[in-house]
Design a protein around this ligand. Structure first.
Ligand code: BGC
Length: 245
């Protein structure tokens, strides 16, 4: 079955039709910048533009950069505060004219990695970390998701972790790979000592350059790069929509 997967991030909104049986994109992905400010109205219009690009009339699954319960946005770090209490699912359904599901972006990417990527056939406790504009976290216990885990917001030395370790911080502050990897190491060591996962999967665009930072990490837990790379968010959003059917 084909579902339009839309990965809504703090910087870009990317979509493509996904064959949910294989996890493959069936057309080239289409990307638009996330509007600034990222308000409900502006983001809904951008999601609608992505659906229009594919002339889409079917089901749409969205990954959204916030905790989301039954379509309702519960927090707002990298999106406009006016999202708080809004129902993203209803707004996107209205804007696209399609049936829409909305889930947290890291949860969506996690599903894709567990089904088709680095967590495939792995049955223990898996923590997926997405490094981008923010830090997203998703925990799978024997294949079962614990939704809306928001561990990018823990404090380390009085600083919010995602403001210190997200991939965008390395770019903005022009940190060396070594310096940034040192921060990531501290962050992941905290994750290790809170959750003791069997496997940590590191995703987000920066995971394509994993050879620059994964070898510098010192924690005991096995850390591997995401295999779906940039497509995990899109594929996972479609998988979440399929589950809702
Ligand atoms: C949000 C999370 C999201 C992550 C990655 C954080 O700021 O609170 O919900 O998964 O960014 O986009």
């Amino acid at each position: 079955m084909e579902i339009l997967g839309v990965d809504i991030g703090g910087t870009g909104i990317k979509g493509a039709p996904v064959d949910t049986a294989t996890g493959q994109l069936t057309a080239e992905r289409y990307r638009l910048p996330t509007p600034i400010p990222a308000t409900p109205e502006a983001m809904s219009a951008t999601v609608a533009q992505v659906a229009e690009h594919f002339n889409w009339k079917g089901m749409v699954g969205c990954g959204f950069p916030a905790a989301v319960r039954e379509g309702q946005v519960l927090n707002a770090s990298n999106i406009a505060k006016s999202w708080l209490g809004q129902n993203a699912q209803k707004l996107f359904a209205k804007a696209t004219g399609c049936a829409v599901t909305v889930a947290n972006d890291a949860d969506a990417a996690g599903y894709a990695e567990m089904q088709f990527g680095a967590g495939r056939d792995f049955n223990g406790i898996v923590l997926i970390i997405t490094l981008g504009t923010g830090i997203g976290t998703a925990l799978f216990v024997q294949g079962q998701l614990v939704p809306n885990l928001e561990l990018g917001h823990i404090e380390i030395n009085g600083k919010e972790a995602e403001k210190w370790t997200a991939a965008i911080v390395r770019e903005k502050k022009q940190l060396s790979w070594k310096k940034w990897a040192g921060r990531l190491d501290i962050y992941l060591t905290h994750m290790q000592s809170y959750l003791w996962p069997d496997l940590i999967i590191v995703g987000g665009g920066v995971s394509q350059k994993h050879d620059k930072f994964l070898p510098l990490l010192t924690l005991e837990t096995r850390v591997v790069p995401a295999q779906m790379r940039n497509e995990a968010g899109i594929v996972g959003a479609a998988l979440v929509a399929q589950q809702a059917l």
